[in-house]
Write a protein that binds this ligand. Structure first.
Ligand code: URA
Length: 489
């Protein structure tokens, strides 16, 4: 097996492939590997298209491919997939050995190649359509580009799109940042930096006058009576909304349209119809939902659409105490970690006061995606509904089976509802531990309830209640017999 290491771009692959063909290396005799970081200095991270590794260019051979295949290879090379270079080499190898079917969509490899190229072309089109540059405040001591855009392309189309913008934006300096690299135009020259993930999120949050005008215009063109959500989402898929200045307006405009003009028009007609009321148990009324293999792919309810990511748990999976919160908040949604925002900081204080530490307890939430509504530029927390709690119980039940804690602390009403699988009153459960899941359950306030108190005294009172509940949890965990060996997940 020959290992070929290339930089992660088409030109490097092409040079290496011509060498490999020259040596008669069959696809199955090669292991394609990508050099993780461009060598040494920062300077070299700014690559130009011609840069290839000398080591990967043994005795190149000439290959004549059709124009169509050349374009397909070049486009498919931008498709994000770890096996792309091996696959493209297989295509080239078959072509070189006279197997012309490989370029046809009727062939299995050909079909895959066409699919990849098509997906990349779509990603290019999307990038041109949905990148939004925002003007930066001038007068900063640090020299920054005049315009900055944040975008999350589906494939490696940054360099291609950057060329496009470079030709159209004259001498203005700009920068497009993405999770995997950045393009910078200094007014004369394009610089590309390709990294496996830039540190942090370079989304920019500045608004200029033009943007305010654009938002006002966008709002004014929206006709609630003619809302067609399916068409709207088809033309501007939801995953792009968060990168668009107008993106935060859309959910609110849709919900206003639904609860406003359009509903008014329908309500009287619908209300006039006679009907039958059929009582159904809440769990029977749930739709059949799929069983996703990982939290990232969970589509059991719609909350994933507007969330950055699903947020799982933290803490040891053999913890004696499990704390269940409601759902991730704004900061948890961005960081992917539970309880890292203001409520999390308060919770940490309560945990410490109870004689515990965060890394001793298992922290999770009843609902794993952030539910929010736009308020100006902010994302305001929205309490999850019964349907979302029910959909997400799939994950909580798994966690309960795996961790099998001696004590479960429900932080707030949503957590208690999820734990007891039905709407219950938090107040009725506040004072005494109860039996649940073969151990003890304790209900207390959610730390954000403390945050909402008007004055320090009331806030301290709620915080003291939470730490007392956690202290009770610690005592119960210490006195309960440890459970027998836990099953591996
Ligand atoms: N509130 C919660 O319920 N959970 C978190 O993770 C953060 C805030």
């Amino acid at each position: 097996m020959r290992s070929i290491v290339i930089e992660d771009h088409f030109v490097a692959w092409r040079a290496a492939s011509l060498g490999a063909l020259g040596e008669g290396l069959a696809p199955e005799a090669i292991e394609w590997r990508v050099r993780q970081e461009p060598e040494s200095s920062q300077e070299q991270a700014l690559f130009d298209y011609g840069a290839t590794s000398e080591k990967t260019e043994p005795r190149p051979t000439a290959v004549h491919v059709s124009k169509e295949l050349a374009a397909l290879l070049q486009d498919a090379a931008l498709f994000r997939e770890s096996q792309r270079w091996a696959f493209l080499y297989k295509v080239l190898w078959r072509w070189q050995h006279g197997d012309r079917a490989v370029a046809s969509p009727a062939d299995a490899d050909g079909a895959r190649l066409h699919r990849m190229a098509k997906s990349v072309r779509r990603a290019r089109h999307d990038m041109l359509a949905y990148v939004r540059f925002r003007k930066q405040a001038s007068g900063s001591a640090v020299q920054t580009p005049e315009y900055i855009a944040w975008y999350e392309p589906e494939h490696d189309v940054l360099a291609w799109a950057a060329e496009h913008f470079a030709q159209r934006m004259g001498r203005s300096t700009w920068m497009i940042t993405t999770p995997r690299g950045a393009a910078f135009w200094d007014g004369q020259q394009l610089h590309l930096e390709q990294r496996r993930g830039l540190p942090g999120d370079h989304r920019c949050d500045t608004a200029d006058e033009a943007e305010a005008l654009w938002l006002a215009y966008y709002r004014s063109t929206f006709n609630p009576a003619r809302l067609n959500e399916a068409a709207l989402e088809q033309h501007m898929p939801v995953r792009f909304w968060k990168g668009l200045p107008e993106g935060h307006l859309i959910p609110a405009m849709i919900s206003e349209a639904k609860s406003g003009a359009r509903r008014v028009a329908q309500a009287s007609g619908v209300g006039a119809l006679g009907g039958k009321i059929i009582p159904i148990e809440a769990d029977m009324a749930q739709p059949v939902r799929d069983q996703p293999s990982s939290l990232d792919t969970c589509r059991r309810c719609d909350l994933w659409r507007n969330a950055t990511q699903a947020v799982g748990s933290s803490g040891p999976s053999d913890a004696r105490i499990m704390l269940i919160g409601e759902q991730p908040g704004d900061q948890e949604d961005l960081s992917g970690q539970p309880f890292v925002g203001p409520a999390g900081q308060l919770l940490t204080i309560a945990i410490t006061r109870a004689g515990l530490s965060r890394d001793q307890v298992y922290l999770t939430n009843a609902v794993k995606h952030f539910k929010w509504e736009p308020r100006g530029k902010r994302r305001l927390h929205k309490t999850p509904g019964q349907r979302e709690i029910e959909a997400c119980s799939f994950w909580l039940e798994r966690e309960l089976r795996t961790v099998r804690p001696a004590v479960i602390v429900a932080l707030g009403a949503t957590a208690l509802t999820a734990l007891l699988r039905g709407k219950v009153s938090l107040r009725d459960h506040l004072d005494a531990p109860f039996r649940v899941e073969g151990g003890w359950g304790i209900a207390t306030y959610h730390p954000s309830f403390a945050l909402r108190q008007q004055n320090d005294a009331d806030r301290d009172k709620v915080l003291a209640e939470i730490s007392n509940a956690l202290m009770r949890a610690r005592e119960l965990a210490e006195s309960a017999t440890p459970t027998a060996t836990k099953p591996q997940q």
